[in-house]
Design a protein around this ligand. Sequence first.
Ligand code: NIG
Ligand code: FE
Length: 423
Amino acid sequence: MQKVDMIIKSRGDWLTLAQEQPGPRCGASMDELTVKQNQAIAITEDRITAIGPVADILESYSSENVLDWGDRLVMPGLIDPHTHPIFLATRENEFQMRNLGKSYVEIALAGGGIRSSVRSLRQASEDELTELALKRADGFLALGTTTIEAKSGYGLSTEDEIKSLRAIRRTNENHVIDLEPTFLGAHEIPDEYREDRNAYIDLIIQEMIPAVAKEKLARFCDVFCEAHVFTVEESRRILNAAKQHGMEIRIHADEIESTGGAELAAEVGALSADHLGAISPLGIERMRDAKVVATLLPGTSFFLNLDCRAPGRKMIDAGVAVALATDFNPGSCHTQSLFMIMTIACIHYGITAAEAITAVTVNAAYTLGLDQDRGQLKAGMRADIIGVDAPNAAFLPYKFGDNPVRAVVKNGKLVSHLSTSCS
Ligand code: NIG
Ligand code: FE
């Protein structure tokens, strides 16, 4: 009998997402969930030691800490591969303006949008931003998300971008959630460079990227490649500079207008191209061939009430690996719930619950280069596990607007009790 730190058992459905091969799931394999019941999982420190039928696990392993999750559904902690959690003020005023007829682009061109978040973030200290991000991390965790990608991008000066990335680092150090940092200095042209955009791009390339790289503050570099923001040519220059400094690439691409962002993602070997509401047919082909994951953000087109929804169904059918993310930010999508995102994705993209679940676990992990570490319940993987109040996988996107998460284990530790009926 081997002693372990924790055993969790449940009579309910287990979605392990375990796969033999490394890499993302694409095509039909996104829809394949092997579902088992009456399983248990043995955990040592922050790793999964073994998983299998309850009787087998209890025969081979013992623990002073056996959690009975009743008939909860058990699955890997969710992974959110696109968030903007470092901001000061919220922008509910813009939500109201949009609902009364103004568009996102109109608000942005009039000085609102990202630039208004920049003005407020510049007033905030690193301590304040860290404090806020820690609270937001609690919010993600309660919703079953155990890893997030986290972008800077509301600073847009060397000092304020560094301040934002340091806040991400400190949040990561002081919270159980893992934050994977992305430098997004190319989120918008700030007010002081509106008349000289080339000077801002030079600043990103010559000053910001080297400074970020020197302090090892970001794993990834992202660009908002979009009409009215950064052109393909400008994005290419910035991303190539980031690559030379050892960063991996993700791109906000073709969100509202098709400008060739998806094609650029394929060209520069991005891990992920995100949004893609207006992706071209050629973009789909290029992404498939270059094995760039499409991280779709259905909450954003929903929240902005835009018709340009990414062709999620078409992309999966074409063999592109799809991930889903919240895009949590103060402007274009203010939700932290990947369950809500799964619901919108199923409705707006015409995808299955299984495809949506694969998109927030295995495929999301892959876009962060973490697929050998998390996103699956399998021996050797990190013990990030959630217990959900749902009778089966199809129920997850079906019941919408509430939080079905009843227990969260992060790095092998039970971090939140959300229901008295479940320990
Ligand atoms: O992903 N698209 C660019 N960035 C965010 C929007 C941020 C904002 O409006 O503040 C996004 O939607
Ligand atoms: Fe975004």
